[in-house]
Structure formats: structure tokens, C-alpha cells
Design a protein around this ligand. Structure first.
Ligand code: PGA
Length: 255
């Protein structure tokens, strides 16, 4: 179960860096320390996980960047939730837009969430619209994505899930801009309302919702926390140890 009121700072390294030596160098330059308020989670490429764990140890928790929908199976190259758990991962990113772009459907995401929960791995589920319009179509798109991705889950299941709102237009090198705090807050409320409709009443704040997309500076962390987000999912800036350390410090100092 997720600890109520914790703030999450999650580093999503994606398919970077190119070599193990570089990955270990990023970990070695990390100066963040564990505290009771902020949960730092690092999601390096699976091939580099053990090396990164050797350096960062218990100063953070670990995530895989995807998760298979079975504990064991016959498909090549999948990251099984049971296997991830057995090598010290607590979390798994699921439904990242880069996986969805390769054909992953809401139904696939739903199967992966169920498999994570069955294997005591906390899914960090990414949702987000591809574009904004002025007629509210993005709201319908998000609602459909939430309803399909979280189908069949109980109220209690949401105590073991992190939802990352990552608008596609705000992610990665092609990002047009980051979401404003007001845009993030609007979607946080939409997520809470939609999940409450699906499962029955869930008290506000019981669902852990974080923001991701071009988070780069301590001021970004502060503004999304102030908008009611419970943390940030960080891509590019998580590979720059100095930047990532500063993001963790901003979350730790946030009051
Ligand atoms: P970004 O990526 O911080 O580089 O925009 C975020 C993500 O895709 O998780």
C-alpha cells in the first residue's frame, strides 16, 4: 500500500544512456538522500538495474519501465512483474506513451496493471491526451483512456497504484511546452471524478496522481505540487544527476 501524503520523484531513464559505464556514472553523481517525506524512484534500463542498485542502494526505490501481463511466460524480452519484484523493484511504469505509440492498447495496459497488483508491484500508470483542443475533445479522450485502462479495479486497488498524467505534447524532445499547473489540476480532478464514478466514492487525495512532461527545475516541482499533484515523473532531467538532485531537494523542502 502507498504511504498517504508521500511525494514521489520518479526518474524515467528510458533507453538511455548508451553504456553501462555511463549509467553507473549518473548513479555515482547522485547525491540525494532518503527522507521520510519523499519517495525517490529510479527506473533505469533493466540491463543496468543491478549496477545502479549497487551504487544507490536503499537511498531510492526502483522501477522497471514496462511490465509483462504474466508472472512467467513464453514471450521474448518481457519484464515479468514477479521477476522484477525478485530483483528489488517496488514499482513498474505501465502504459508509457512510448509503449502506446508502438501499439499498446488500453486493454493491454489494463492486463499489465492487474498482473502488477497480483504480484505486489505498484504500477505507475501513464495516461495523457495527444493534443489539446478548445471543444473539450481531450477530456473525452482522457475519460475513455481512464475507464478502459482501469477497468475492473476496486476502490482498494487504487491504494496500490500511482497515476501519472503525461500529456503527449509535453513529453520528450519534441514537447511544445509543459502543462500549466491549471491544466494539470483540471486533469487531476477529472481522474479523481472518473475513478470515483467507476468504483464508488473515493475520498479526495486517496488516489495518488503525479505529473510528467518536461519537468526540469525545482520551480517546476513546486508548481505541480502546489496544483495538488503528489509528485513528478521526470524523463530527460533524470539523466542529469545535478538536475535530478535539485528536483529531489525541491520536493523535500516543499511545504
Ligand atoms: P520528459 O519525459 O521529462 O523528458 O519530458 C517524461 C516522460 O516521458 O516520462
Amino acid at each position: 500500500m502507498l504511504t498517504p501524503h508521500k511525494i514521489y520523484v520518479i526518474g524515467n531513464w528510458k533507453t538511455k544512456p548508451a553504456t553501462r559505464v555511463e549509467a553507473l556514472s549518473i548513479a555515482k553523481k547522485s547525491t540525494f538522500e532518503k527522507d521520510g517525506k519523499v519517495e525517490v524512484v529510479v527506473a533505469p534500463p533493466a540491463l543496468f538495474l543491478a549496477g545502479v542498485q549497487n551504487i544507490l542502494g536503499a537511498r531510492c526505490s526502483y522501477a522497471t519501465q514496462d511490465s509483462y501481463w504474466q508472472a512467467i511466460g513464453s514471450d521474448n524480452a518481457e519484464l515479468s512483474p514477479a521477476q522484477s519484484k525478485s530483483v528489488g523493484c517496488t514499482y513498474a511504469i505501465v502504459g508509457h506513451s512510448s509503449r502506446r505509440a508502438l501499439g499498446e492498447t488500453d486493454q493491454d495496459v489494463s492486463k499489465k496493471i492487474h498482473a502488477c497488483l497480483e504480484n505486489n508491484l505498484i504500477p505507475i500508470v501513464c495516461i495523457g491526451e495527444s493534443k489539446r483542443d478548445t471543444h473539450g475533445k481531450y477530456i473525452d479522450a482522457l475519460k475513455n483512456q481512464i475507464q478502459a485502462s482501469f477497468a475492473g479495479l476496486s476502490k482498494q486497488d487504487f491504494e496500490h497504484i500511482i497515476i501519472a498524467y503525461e500529456p503527449l505534447w509535453a513529453i520528450g524532445a519534441d514537447a511544445t511546452r509543459e502543462a500549466t499547473p491549471a491544466e494539470a489540476e483540471e486533469v487531476r480532478i477529472l481522474i479523481e471524478k472518473t475513478i470515483a464514478e467507476m468504483t464508488g466514492h473515493i475520498p479526495i487525495g486517496k488516489v495518488t496522481i503525479i505529473y510528467g512532461g518536461s519537468v526540469d527545475t525545482p520551480a517546476d516541482v513546486e508548481k505541480y505540487l502546489a496544483s495538488g499533484m503528489r509528485g513528478v515523473l521526470v524523463g530527460r532531467a533524470s539523466l542529469d544527476s545535478e538536475k535530478f538532485n535539485a528536483l529531489v531537494t525541491a520536493a523535500q523542502n516543499y511545504s
